[in-house]
Design a protein around this ligand. Structure first.
Ligand code: PLP
Length: 380
């Protein structure tokens, strides 16, 4: 099996697995309880919070644990909406290439009386800060722009957008689900007010995420219940998953530059081989891109067909976002980048990791080249 779908999810690393087992066995108490096992669990919870905060240059009191990227995005947007509504500001700005966790939350907020402007992107998938500046009005309370795109990997000018928002007194949210653990993040230097991350994208477990909420901004609840997470995210904490997330993030930050160099070199090797196939075209920004991302269209072919054949040969990849695989809709990201629907439908997303090898890359490239040739011959 050759796994080239690390943007969809990653295999938990040994550090995360060990931390999860330790939390299950040793820290099974309820962190809200005042007796020994509860205190022990609470100590582990707060240590995980310090680790996550440290990775973002935030304070532990600014981190809320959630169930993952989706919940963090939803809570971030509801937080900004409530902050804005309290001042009579009901305009939200985001982009056409966000994950559906953001786009569908924006639709939900529209139904609640907010207005939404979605910024376009250029052919490489980049948001122009000048467009963002032009879209902000005195009524705007939020700009939400992802740190890096999940389909094409394009990295956005987050620090510039953060500075703009600070100057215009607008909250700035960034969905860093694909970036956390892969790119350096600094909520102070980048003027970020709200940031979402998800453990399973950096070799942590599924079902754990975090939301950074800058001190001075009060998080809005999307769940209601007990007083956990300072009252803003009720429910008994998923401590094993949280401990696993912290361990995985610590490791990812420690190995980030080495892993990025290795992953980037593997990705470039694969890109060179695939782009030599007639009719192949790169989607995304060749320079400002996550190290593991490669998105390539093969003229005239259907990515769905290619994916099925790749699966038969033990190669795991995807077409656009994992959550829309199976749906025949062309990727909203590629359409926003100005690509015709046929090119969007023929796009394969291959996302690598430092655990991949040159042999895997060469095998995958040869298999894809062979399949493309066969499919073209058979007029698929
Ligand atoms: N945001 C982005 C950019 C993503 O890539 C994903 C998952 O693919 C999410 C949000 C949702 O994260 P989760 O699956 O942890 O809810």
């Amino acid at each position: 099996m050759i796994y080239l779908d690390h943007a969809a999810t990653t295999r938990p690393c040994p550090e995360a697995l060990a931390a999860m087992a330790d939390a299950q066995e040793r820290c099974w108490g309820n962190p809200s309880a005042i007796y020994g096992p509860g205190r022990q669990a609470k100590a582990l919870l707060e240590s995980a919070r310090r680790t996550v905060a440290g990775a973002l240059n935030a304070s532990p009191g600014e981190i809320l644990f959630t169930s993952g990227g989706t919940e963090s995005d939803v809570q971030a947007l509801f937080t900004a909406a409530r902050w804005g509504a309290a001042q009579g500001r009901r305009h939200l700005v985001s982009t056409r290439i966000e994950h559906h966790a953001v786009l569908r939350t924006l639709s939900a907020l529209q139904e609640r009386g907010f207005s939404v402007t979605l910024l376009g992107v250029d052919e490489k998938g980049r948001v122009d800060p000048a467009d963002a500046a032009a879209a902000l009005t005195p009524d705007t309370c939020l700009l939400s722009v992802m740190t890096a795109n999940n389909e094409v990997g394009t990295i956005q000018p987050v620090a510039e957008l953060g500075a703009l928002c600070r100057q215009r007194k607008v909250l700035f949210h960034t969905d860093a689900v694909q970036a956390a653990g892969h790119l350096p993040l600094d909520v102070q230097a980048q003027n970020i007010d709200l940031l979402s991350l998800s453990a399973h994208k950096f070799h942590g477990p599924r079902g754990a995420g975090a939301l950074y909420v800058r001190r001075g901004v009060e998080a809005a609840n999307v769940l209601f219940g007990g007083g956990q997470e300072r009252g803003h995210r009720p429910g008994t904490e998923n401590l094993p998953a949280i401990a696993g997330m912290a361990a995985a993030l610590r490791r990812a930050v420690e190995t980030m530059s080495r892993d990025a160099a290795r992953t980037g070199a593997l990705r470039d090797r694969l890109a060179t081989a695939l782009l030599a196939i007639p009719g192949a075209a790169l989607n995304g920004d060749p320079e400002r891109r996550l190290p593991g991302h490669l998105n390539v269209s093969f003229a005239g072919l259907s990515a769905e067909t290619l994916l099925l054949l790749l699966d038969e040969r033990g190669i795991c990849a995807s077409a656009g976002a994992a959550c829309s695989a199976g749906a025949l809709e062309p990727s909203h990201v590629l359409l926003a980048m100005g690509q015709p629907p046929a090119r969007a439908r023929s796009a394969l997303r291959l996302t690598l990791d430092a655990s991949n090898t040159e042999e895997e890359v060469d095998t995958a490239a040869a298999v894809i080249a062979g399949l493309v040739e066969t499919l073209r011959k058979n007029h698929f």
